[in-house]
Write a protein that binds this ligand. Structure first.
Ligand SMILES: Nc1ncnc2c1ncn2[C@@H]1O[C@H](COP(=O)(O)OP(=O)(O)OP(=O)(O)O)[C@@H](O)[C@H]1O
Ligand SMILES: [Mg+2]
Length: 256
């Protein structure tokens, strides 16, 4: 791929006899929003952990371009907000910039601009226990974007959030992505979310034979997307059906 920021080549990882990642290859372009979707237990979180070097593969290559020193290629936001309870919102954000070369004043400016942008500036001195679940997740997301890495990995960041707040946070992530021009690798179970958010969806199958062959869908909608309009388009239904058929065949289930 032209403009590639991440190449994974022939990656393998087993836990004892359990082959989770097998001969997996993929290529992500700079600035792309790519979602990894697949059944529970297929290895999505393991794949993200390999990209962050929390886990090391048995073999294969993971190459970020340009290669950063100190493994700072990626930052990660998890499903649970895991903020430090004893630190204020501001301090939680500041701690995520500990690798930055910015001075104190520059850091403060950057954090405050993110808090303004997310309409959270009045909560700068609040503690995580004083925030709603959605607000805490907003801070958690900002934390991943404040780091200087070019790529942000997100592992089901909105899976425990109610529908309306989830829609707001989806748009918040898209706004951050557009403003910061980062590359996002996103994991979700939610088919509608995947189609609404992504440029491309990679469907990750279980290891069966020799190779773990990813199926790919390129999302045929321009941005900004209109949610309701998208839901009524036949291109949406086709993408949805393609993903659902993939999940049904991986799980060998039938339902209407
Ligand atoms: N540290 C580990 N040691 C042993 N097995 C592991 C370890 N981490 C993950 N696994 C196994 O690897 C497989 C993939 O796990 P992973 O957490 O990546 O699934 P997932 O696709 O993220 O699922 P979910 O959608 O439920 O989050 C599972 O069978 C899991 O039990
Ligand atoms: Mg997972």
């Amino acid at each position: 791929m032209e403009n590639s920021i991440l190449k994974v080549k022939n990656l393998n990882l087993s836990f004892n006899k359990l082959e989770v990642i097998k001969d997996l290859s993929l290529d992500i372009g700079k600035g792309e929003f790519v979602t990894i979707l697949g059944p529970s237990g297929v290895g999505k979180t393991v794949l993200l952990k390999l990209l962050t070097k929390i886990l090391l593969p048995n073999s294969g290559e993971i190459t970020f371009t340009p290669q950063e020193k100190n493994n700072l290629n990626v930052s990660m936001a998890f499903q649970k907000s895991n903020l430090f309870n004893w630190l204020s919102v501001y301090e939680n954000l500041k701690i995520s910039m500990s690798h930055s070369n910015m001075n104190e004043i520059e850091k403060r400016k950057k954090i405050e601009s993110f808090l303004e942008f997310s309409r959270m500036i009045n909560f700068s001195n609040s503690f995580p226990s004083e925030l709603s679940g959605g607000m805490a997740q907003k801070i958690n997301l900002i934390r991943a974007f404040l780091q200087e890495s070019e790529t942000v990995l997100m592992d089901e960041p909105l899976s425990s959030i109610d529908t309306i707040q989830k829609m707001e946070l989806q748009d918040f992530i898209l706004k951050l992505w557009e403003k910061q021009k980062k590359t996002i690798i996103y994991v979700t179970h939610d088919i509608e979310e995947a189609i609404y958010m992504s440029d491309r969806i990679l469907l990750l199958p279980f290891v069966k034979q020799q190779k773990q062959r990813i199926k790919e869908i390129v999302i045929p909608f321009n941005r900004p997307r209109k949610r309701i309009k998208m839901l009524t388009e036949s291109k949406y239904v086709e993408s949805y059906k393609f993903i659902l058929d993939f999940l049904k065949s991986e799980l060998e289930v039938e339902f209407q």
